[in-house]
Design a protein around this ligand. Structure first.
Ligand code: SAM
Ligand code: ZN
Length: 609
């Protein structure tokens, strides 16, 4: 193939936050084709040695938006602490408080680990030996908290400015480096990204691509901190095993702000290393594409070995897949005195993508068992009961409240469903707490609304994020179509069903995980009564009903009569959003994509894992 001159990729709109990226004119070497995604351009060998799945653009767009939002939020919180300290120092000085005591108090107020506190104090008196080791904002904060001589207080405070923290990102399984390149170009305040892959073909591709995007030097091969005066570039390539690399970042001073796991299939083998290599309040981003294991009843043994829980074989299997991955993250972090806070957990097309915050706090670790449950799931009507693994009992002793951690009495009194008489099967244990932080999701949504032109998949992002931000905490969801199928009746519309639930005094939301689904805190018995009330006006031919479970459901008397009058609250459950929320088929034979060496077997380039 002859060299070809190619137009440049679109540049980002210049805003105060987004740096404009300029790229020199480009000629494509023989044997390569150019792939452009947002600000990044990469060369793909015609032989397809390194893995790229263009369908994952949505995953990468979402990740850029989430990491930006998390980084902005983290800096906003640090700024608030910094300002409060500055103010208290001003007030303290005005009241003539002692210099030494003030400085000591301020340093102790930080929630930085002990080793870092020592480092902070040292960094204020001497240049750090290695500039990469000391967090910029912390240095600025330290400069602010150390008291100058009393007569110089006011001028120094006025000249102080908050310097936001720069972040380090570790992409453990990078393939072509496309994701790392986008992070380096599109996320302000990135100090550097470590792009790692085991495959020499992948790291060779990364080197080419990093250089092509002006993020070199292309010879950089180390993921560690640079020596003074040494420039390792903004994307640093490492060739090696992902776990080895992450374990090498386990010591507190070497931890990174963000770890991204985007493997073939399951992320399970990488999670133990990942939860240990992240700074406190850092962000862990995880993809799993093994939905045949996570979201079907076909491989319970595999799901248990990878995630420590059993999946559900139901229409809500995509939400239970998310909860199984969260369970793995939670229990893995707990082993090291750390806990997770899910920020956003999405089931998308053929994979799940989760963003969780990781923090060290033994008291929160104790609560993990109360956010974990097994579910008893009916194989016929899919009704379920939740059985938490633990509970907290408060004991008051004078002014003191002690928390006791207890097991729970077993919930089901029989092995058959109270609704239809079907067989109950156990699923889990899995995460039973919230799967998103609505405040965070709304912040990401706001960011995407303000920067739509920066994201090729912004329409779908807005739709997914809108639904996720409104989702009820409660597990799981259902579709009126599925429930109606158990009754063999005509299906009530979403609006009819939602109105009846709201009129019954229960809450309702959509679920991002399934088109046409609803989430509610209404008991299953109420949903079934709703369907029985519906059937009064939409009769069922009983002589056609063959299966016992359906006969039982239909023959039960109505406990609570449902009211289908249109409820004004419907407006609030994003019924009117006509944005792209669910799966859009972007190319023929799409899916998780195949490993490079199996490409020949899957000519379409998209194969089930
Ligand atoms: C799905 S691809 C990554 C795609 C990439 N994150 C993106 O957004 O384009 C998975 C990559 O993981 C690499 N890999 C598999 N096992 C690994 C391991 N143990 N350590 C490091 N890399 C590994 C493979 O070589 C492959 O390039
Ligand atoms: Zn049942």
């Amino acid at each position: 193939m002859a060299d070809t001159t190619t137009p440049m990729p679109p540049t980002l709109t210049a805003t105060s936050e987004t740096p404009v990226q300029t790229t020199p004119p480009l000629s494509i070497p023989p044997g390569f084709k150019l792939h452009v995604e947002n600000t990044a351009q990469i060369l793909l060998p015609d032989t397809a040695d390194a893995f790229l799945n263009p369908v994952q653009e949505f995953n990468r767009d979402l990740s850029v938006a989430c990491i930006r939002t998390w980084s902005d939020d983290m800096n906003a919180k640090r700024k608030a602490v910094w300002e409060a300290k500055l103010l208290s120092r001003k007030e303290g000085t005005a009241k003539g408080k002692g210099k030494t005591k003030r400085a000591a108090e301020d340093v102790d107020e930080t929630d930085e680990p002990e080793s870092k506190k020592v480092k902070i104090i040292e960094s204020s008196t001497s240049e750090p030996a290695n500039s990469m080791d000391v967090d910029d904002a912390t240095v600025a904060t330290t400069a602010a908290v150390l008291d100058p001589p009393p007569e110089k207080v006011e001028p120094i405070i006025k000249s102080e400015e908050f310097r936001p923290s720069k972040i380090t990102i570790l992409e453990a399984l990078s393939a072509t480096g496309l994701r790392s390149i986008r992070y380096a170009k599109e996320i302000p305040l990135v100090k550097y990204v470590i792009a790692n892959d085991l495959s020499p073909a992948a790291t060779a591709a990364m080197r080419r691509n990093v250089e092509l995007n002006g993020l070199g030097p292309s010879t950089a091969t180390t993921s560690g901190p640079s020596q003074p005066g040494e420039d390792l570039g903004k994307v640093r390539i490492n060739e090696g095993d992902a776990c080895d690399l992450m374990y090498s970042h386990r010591p507190e001073r070497l931890r990174v702000d963000v770890v991204d796991l985007d493997p073939y299939g399951t992320a399970a083998p990488f999670i133990d290393a990942a939860v240990q290599s992240i700074k406190d309040d850092g962000l862990l981003c995880v993809t799993c594409t093994d939905m045949t294991v996570l979201a079907s009843g076909n491989y319970p043994e595999k799901c248990f070995s990878n995630y420590g829980g059993i999946p559900t074989k139901t229409e809500y299997c995509h939400e239970s897949a998310l909860r199984l991955v969260l369970h793995t993250l939670s229990t893995s972090a707990a082993r090291y005195g750390r806990f997770i806070t899910p920020l956003l957990s999405l089931s998308i097309d053929f994979y799940v993508r989760l963003f969780v915050k990781v923090r060290t706090a033994p008291i929160e670790v104790k609560k993990a068992m109360t956010k974990t449950a097994v579910y008893h799931v009916c194989q016929s009507c899919q009704a379920f009961t939740e059985e938490p693994l633990g509970r907290i009992v408060e004991r008051t002793n004078g002014d003191k409240v002690n928390l006791l951690y207890k097991t729970t009495p077993s919930a089901p009194s029989s092995d058959t469903c109270v609704e239809c008489g079907g067989k109950l099967h156990v699923a889990g244990p899995m995460w039973s707490g919230p799967i998103h932080d609505p405040t965070f999701v709304k912040q990401v949504l706001e960011h995407v609304n303000e920067n739509s032109s920066n994201y090729g998949t912004h329409a779908r992002m807005k739709g997914m994020l809108t639904v996720a931000s409104e989702e009820l905490d409660t597990p799981f969801y259902f579709t009126p179509a599925k429930v109606a199928s158990h009754f063999h009746c005509e299906c009530p519309s979403l609006d009819d069903t939602a109105s009846a639930i709201l009129n019954g005094g229960y809450k309702i939301s959509r679920s991002h995980a399934c088109a046409g689904s609803l989430k509610s805190d209404a008991p299953q018995a109420f949903i079934h009564d709703l369907m029985r009330t519906w059937i009064l006006d939409h009769p069922v031919r009983m002589d056609k009903i063959k299966d016992e479970a359906s006969k039982t459901l239909l023959n039960k008397p109505i406990g609570t009569t449902a009211d289908f009058t249109r409820h004004p609250g419907l407006e609030a459950i994003s019924n009117k959003i006509k944005l792209v929320r669910y799966q859009v088929n972007p190319q023929p034979n799409w899916g998780p994509g195949a490993r490079p060496d199996s490409k020949k077997k899957n000519k379409g380039g998209a194969a089930a894992e």
